[in-house]
Design a binder for this molecule. Structure first.
Ligand SMILES: [Zn+2]
Length: 496
């Protein structure tokens, strides 16, 4: 038995000005790892590709890993990147195999293709019409028919924050290997609802997604090979952005259809709960100060969530609105993670540890699709730390995976320790702070550029959370995103 195991992951925010060259798919620059290097990079981590490798080794199967490519969310992928990654995978399949296991995202848009994954699967099918293809997908998948038509098995994450990525790989991989062994006949049904759940309302600790994901797990306990509810990624102006579901049964097409429709109907009934209404920023900052004054000593920080500028939704991570409001309000004993500004990092490194500096920070990137110009803010402070920005996640999310913030500096404004980084990294792991020499649990305020994933590794440290509505490419205001190509009508953009 010979398997092809590969990874191609990118969540594309079509409104994002952040470019997506091939180097973004390689942690630490260069080209994404291939072969043994890819196995070494991911074996033993919490990724879906790690689960595929484990399953293959336990089954005594031969396998090749033509490429393991994963990029932080950003704008549409460059054609050379897409050609390189998809080309490697298709070449490996064409060389001959008994099954293909793919660790994909599901919301990848390239300059040429709105459905990057569907296009990859179509190309694989063209060279291997009969081979079982098992696919693990992110819960933020925007599902196109090509994915359902060409894959044999699809399994999606059932948690957000995504802490079951490895288990998703097991679900997709086991069903596919069972098919290969003649022990199962995967039969898939899929469908969509015309709705764009807001990312801030998608957490699987919160209703209604908590109950929807619980029903998926229940269906699997009742015999489904895989049941997945995709909340979708709304920051993509493509025809089929939004919510969808896929159910795989063992040979029972009618049951797969019935369960899939049930999931879609449950989600539609709960659509009002997927709408997010943000609070004015001044009110949020004032509320954070009241919460801080009332909290018992050392009971954990007030987390200020700069959710509009979450790089893991395609944000530039360099908007200064929320950090600026914190500086204006004179917040003290605070940390901020992080401002993406490679230029400022180099200036701060040149100044050296201990230097007192004053420089324009952030706001280097314009956002043409939102008609926003970058707005740097002059910040004064002392350079506290310079680091290489490399760390391994301690988990529970993406456990063991290498993160590279690039050259990193901590600038201490006097009240706020500001982490300034050179690569986009969302703060969802305590190790991000450890790498910057900061213990967030002992701060009064911690600003995070994140939406939901911060909960994975940092929520347990927080005394309270205040969602702060700053400007950013992942704006909470759908009207500002001006969806033009998504199918209409769609909830909540249109009356339905
Ligand atoms: Zn996701």
């Amino acid at each position: 038995m010979k398997l092809v195991i590969a990874q191609m992951k990118h969540e594309t925010n079509t409104f994002s000005p952040v470019p997506t060259p091939l180097a973004r798919f390689a942690r630490g620059g260069g080209v994404p790892p291939e072969g043994d290097a890819a196995v070494v990079a991911y074996r033993g981590t919490g990724s879906a590709i790690a689960a595929f490798i484990d399953l293959a080794e336990r089954a005594g199967a031969r396998f090749t890993v033509p490429i393991a490519a994963s990029a932080a969310p950003s704008g549409p992928g460059d054609d050379p990147a897409d050609q390189h990654i998809a080309g490697r995978i298709v070449e490996a399949v064409a060389a001959g195999c008994d099954a293909v296991l793919l660790d994909l995202h599901g919301a990848m848009v390239t300059r040429r293709f709105d459905d990057g994954e569907g296009e990859l699967l179509r190309r694989i099918r063209a060279v291997a019409p009969q081979v079982p293809i098992g696919v693990a997908l992110d819960m933020h998948t925007n599902l196109y028919d090509a994915m359902g038509e060409h894959a044999s098995v699809i399994a999606g994450y059932q948690t957000y924050p995504h802490v079951d990525v490895y288990e998703t790989g097991l679900r997709a991989g086991r069903a596919t290997l069972a098919q290969l062994a003649g022990r199962a006949r995967p039969t898939m049904a899929w469908g969509r609802q015309p709705m764009l759940p807001h990312v801030m309302r998608q957490g699987s600790d919160d209703s209604p997604n908590r109950e929807l994901q619980a029903r998926c797990r229940e269906m699997e306990a009742q015999g489904a090979l895989c049941a997945s509810m995709f909340v979708g990624f709304p920051n993509a102006d493509i025809e089929f952005a939004g919510l969808s579901a896929v159910v795989v049964t063992d040979g029972d097409a009618a049951l797969a259809r019935r369960w899939c429709d049930e999931l879609l109907e449950r989600a539609w009934s709960a659509r009002a709960q997927f709408v997010y209404t943000p609070e004015p920023l001044e009110r949020s900052i004032a509320r954070a100060q009241v919460l801080a004054a009332a909290r018992p000593a050392d009971s954990g920080p007030i987390v200020l969530l700069d959710h509009c500028d979450n790089c893991a939704s395609g944000g530039t991570m360099d908007t200064m609105t929320v950090l600026g409001a914190m500086l204006d309000a004179g917040l003290r004993d605070a940390a901020a993670f992080a401002i993406f500004d490679p230029q400022a990092v180099q200036q701060l490194i040149a100044a050296g540890v201990g230097a007192q500096v004053s420089l324009p920070l952030g706001g280097k990137l314009d956002m043409p699709s939102l008609q926003l110009k970058g707005a740097p803010r002059v910040v004064s402070g002392r350079v506290r730390l310079i680091a290489d920005g490399r760390y391994h996640n301690v988990g529970p999310m993406a456990r063991g995976e290498l993160q590279t913030m690039g050259p990193t500096v901590v600038l201490d404004s006097g009240g706020i320790e500001i982490v300034v980084i050179s690569n986009h990294v969302e703060p969802h792991d305590l190790a991000a702070f450890t790498a910057a020499g900061i213990a967030p649990q002992h701060k009064t305020f911690v600003m995070l550029k994140s939406r939901v994933h911060w909960r994975a590794g940092l929520k347990s440290l927080a005394h309270a959370v205040v969602e702060c509505n700053g400007s950013g490419v992942c704006t909470s205001d759908y009207a500002a995103l001006s969806h033009r190509r998504v199918r209409r009508p769609i909830h909540p953009l249109d009356p339905l």
